[in-house]
Design a protein around this ligand. Structure first.
Ligand SMILES: [Zn+2]
Length: 48
């Protein structure tokens, strides 16, 4: 089953990206993405 994961900026909390994938209950997805609010590349974490 594939669900959509929302990635939120860890600096400002903006939800900038959604990616298809499976929710992994053990590990939270973390990706470096460009945040328009911070105007910089920041770490984005999976959120609900
Ligand atoms: Zn940000």
């Amino acid at each position: 089953m594939t669900t959509k994961l929302i990635l939120a900026c860890t600096v400002c909390g903006s939800r900038n990206y959604s990616v298809p994938g499976n929710r992994n209950q053990a590990v939270r997805l973390e990706l470096k993405k460009f945040c328009n609010t911070c105007n910089a590349h920041t770490l984005h974490k999976e959120t609900k």
